[in-house]
Design a protein around this ligand. Structure first.
Ligand SMILES: Cc1cc2nc3c(=O)[nH]c(=O)nc-3n(C[C@H](O)[C@H](O)[C@H](O)COP(=O)(O)OP(=O)(O)OC[C@H]3O[C@@H](n4cnc5c(N)ncnc54)[C@H](O)[C@@H]3O)c2cc1C
Length: 502
C-alpha cells in the first residue's frame, strides 16, 4: 500500500472500534477515505472498562465533543485518582491515593520529593503521599475537579462512564460524522499469498473488501491472531490475574458521589469500585490459579453484601499478554485484540487511544506506506511493557501475608531488569529521576506516580535516625493548603447535577 487507502474496515463495535472509527474519520474522513465498521448483532462487547486516566479528555477535546454533550448520556462522573486500601500492612501505610498531578501541586510537590529522600535515608519523618496533592483532598471531600471560582483552573482528571452507554454514544457520533455501520457477523477472514487480508466473509453481506483492516474484535483477535497468526506474548509469569467478576450495585446516596476509583486488595486479587451517576460498578480481579470462579463469586458476594443480592454476575477470563506486532501487513489491532494485562490502574483505553493515534501518525509520516511499521510496533510494545512494570510493582510491594497469592506475588522472581533497577535505586536512595527517565521514554506514568506507589505502600527502611522538624512542618503545611484549596472546588454531586441539567 503506497497511497491513502480507499476503504478501511473496522471489525468490532466495542469502545475500541468506535473510538478508532471516530479518530480515523476525524483524521482521514475528509480525504475521501470510506470508513466502515462492522459489529456483530449476536456477539456482545466485553461489557466492562469504565474507568480512565486523564488521556480520554484529550480524545473528546480533539473531536470537539464537550463534556456537557457526552457525559450525561453515558452516566459519566469525574475521577480525581485511585485509592489503594489494604495492599500494604505497614503501619501508617495501609492505604494510599494515586493522585492525578496538576499545576495546583507545584507549590508543595518538592516537599514530597524531599521528605521521601530523607525517609529513604532512614529519618523518621512523614513521607506518605496523601497530604501533598490536591486531587487527594478533592476525592476525600467528595469534590469534583472543577473550581468554583476561576474558569480554566480545574485540576487534572479522568472519568468513569457506563461502557454500554458510551458505546451507544460513540456509535451515534461516528455514524453522524460519516462512518458507515454494517451490522453482521464475520464467518471467515481471507488472507492472500502476500499475507494481506483481502476480504472478510459475512453472514448477510457476502464478502466485504477493504484496503486496510482494523481489528477491534476483542479478546479473540479475529483478524490479527486467528487469521494472520500473530501470537500473544504471555505476561502471566509477571502478573497472575487472568479472571474477573463484575457485579453492579445501586448508588446509596446521590448527593454523595465519589470522585475516585477504589481498588481494594482482597484475599486473591483486588476489587474495583467505580462510581457512576446511576450505579456503582464493582469487579473482583483474581487469579484462577489460586481460587475457582465459584469461590471468587462467593467471596465477592459476601463482601458486597445485601446490595448485590439477586444481581447477575458477569464472569470474564483472559490470557494476559500482548502482541509483538500490533500492525501486520494491512491490519492494525486496537483494543483487547492487542492483548490485555489486567484492569489495575484502568489503562487499556489509554493504550488503545495511543495505538490508534500512533498508527495514523506513523502512516501519515510514512506517506501511507509501512515505512514506520517496525518503529510503531516496538513503540506500542515498549509502552505496554512499561505499564506491565508499573502494574507489577503494586504486587511486588504488597506486604500482605494472608494467602499464598500475595506471598507469591511479592516473592515472584520474574520481573524485568528495568523494574528491578527501579526497586534497587529506590532502596539504595539513589537518583530515581535518572532511572525512571531512562526506563520510560514513552511514559504511561510520570515519576510522581512511581513515587506515590513506593512511598504510599511504605517501602522505606526501618527508621534509624531521629525525626526532623522541618519535614513534619512541610507536610502539615501541604495538607492544610490542599484541604483549604479543595473547598474552592464544586462538590462532585452538585457539579454533576448542574452539568446534567445542561
Ligand atoms: C475485567 C476488565 C476490566 C476492565 N477495566 C478497564 C478499565 O477500568 N479501564 C480501561 O481503560 N480498560 C479496562 N478494561 C479494558 C476495556 O474493557 C477494553 O479495552 C475496551 O472495552 C475495548 O474493548 P474492545 O472494543 O477491544 O472489545 P469488545 O468490547 O469485546 O468488542 C468486540 C467487538 O467485536 C465484535 N465482534 C467480535 N467477533 C465478531 C465477528 N465474528 N463478526 C463481527 N463482529 C465481531 C463484537 O460484536 C464487539 O462489537 C477492562 C477489561 C476487563 C476484561
Amino acid at each position: 500500500m503506497a497511497s491513502m487507502p480507499d476503504k478501511i474496515l473496522i471489525v468490532g463495535g466495542g469502545s475500541a472500534g468506535w473510538m478508532a472509527a471516530l479518530h480515523l474519520q476525524d483524521a482521514w474522513g475528509d480525504k475521501g477515505v470510506d470508513i466502515c465498521l462492522i459489529e456483530s448483532p449476536t456477539i456482545g462487547t466485553v461489557g466492562v472498562g469504565e474507568g480512565t486516566t486523564p488521556r480520554l479528555r484529550e480524545f473528546y477535546t480533539r473531536l470537539d465533543i464537550p463534556e456537557s454533550e457526552w457525559m450525561p448520556p453515558c452516566n459519566a462522573t469525574y475521577k480525581c485518582g485511585i485509592s489503594f486500601p489494604e495492599w500494604s500492612t505497614v503501619e501508617g501505610y495501609e492505604t494510599y491515593f494515586h493522585p492525578f498531578w496538576s499545576k495546583h501541586d507545584e507549590k508543595y510537590v518538592q516537599y514530597f520529593w524531599d521528605n521521601c529522600r530523607q525517609r529513604r535515608n532512614g529519618h523518621d519523618i512523614p513521607a506518605h503521599p496523601d497530604d501533598y496533592f490536591l486531587t487527594t483532598s478533592l476525592a476525600r471531600q467528595l469534590r469534583s475537579p472543577i473550581s468554583k471560582h476561576e474558569p480554566g483552573t480545574e485540576s487534572v482528571y479522568g472519568y468513569h462512564f457506563d461502557a454500554a452507554l458510551m458505546g451507544e454514544f460513540l456509535k451515534g457520533k461516528a455514524t453522524q460524522r460519516g462512518v458507515t455501520l454494517i451490522q453482521d457477523t464475520i464467518t471467515d477472514v481471507k488472507v492472500n499469498q502476500h499475507g494481506d487480508i483481502s476480504h472478510v466473509q459475512t453472514e448477510n453481506h457476502d464478502k466485504i473488501k477493504a484496503d486496510l483492516f482494523v481489528d477491534c474484535s476483542g479478546f479473540k483477535g479475529l483478524l490479527i491472531r486467528q487469521a494472520m497468526g500473530e501470537k500473544l506474548k504471555s505476561t502471566k509469569a509477571y502478573m497472575f490475574n487472568d479472571s474477573a467478576i463484575a457485579i453492579p450495585t445501586p448508588i446509596k446516596n446521590r448527593g454523595e458521589i465519589m470522585s475516585e476509583t477504589i481498588s481494594r486488595a482482597m484475599k486473591y486479587g483486588w476489587v474495583w469500585h467505580i462510581p457512576l451517576s446511576h450505579r456503582i460498578g464493582n469487579g473482583y480481579v483474581y487469579s484462577s490459579d489460586y481460587i475457582s470462579k465459584e469461590e471468587a463469586e462467593t467471596e465477592f458476594r459476601e463482601y458486597l453484601g445485601k446490595d448485590a443480592e439477586g444481581v447477575n454476575a458477569l464472569h470474564l477470563r483472559w490470557s494476559p499478554g500482548r502482541l509483538e506486532n500490533h500492525w501486520k501487513n494491512n491490519c492494525v489491532a486496537i483494543g483487547l485484540s492487542q492483548g490485555f494485562l489486567e484492569p489495575l490502574e484502568a489503562l487499556m483505553i489509554n493504550v488503545l487511544q495511543s495505538t490508534i493515534e500512533g498508527f495514523t501518525a506513523c502512516f501519515e509520516h510514512g506517506e501511507y506506506t509501512d515505512r514506520y511499521r517496525e518503529a510503531f510496533n516496538s513503540q506500542v510494545s515498549q509502552y505496554i511493557d512499561v505499564i506491565l512494570d508499573y502494574l507489577q510493582l503494586h504486587y511486588k510491594l504488597n506486604s500482605r501475608d494472608d494467602t499464598a497469592y500475595w506471598r507469591d506475588n511479592r516473592d515472584n522472581p520474574n520481573m524485568s531488569a528495568q523494574l528491578a533497577s527501579v526497586l534497587d535505586t529506590w532502596d539504595r536512595n539513589e537518583n530515581m529521576d535518572r532511572v525512571l527517565r531512562q526506563n520510560t521514554d514513552q511514559p504511561a506514568y510520570p515519576p510522581l506516580s512511581w513515587y506515590c506507589m513506593l512511598a504510599g505502600m511504605g517501602r522505606f527502611p526501618e527508621p534509624s535516625k531521629g525525626p526532623l522538624r522541618l519535614p513534619a512542618r512541610h507536610q502539615r503545611r501541604a495538607r492544610e493548603w490542599n484541604e483549604k484549596q479543595a473547598k474552592t472546588f464544586y462538590p462532585h454531586a452538585e457539579y454533576l447535577e448542574k452539568l446534567y441539567a445542561g
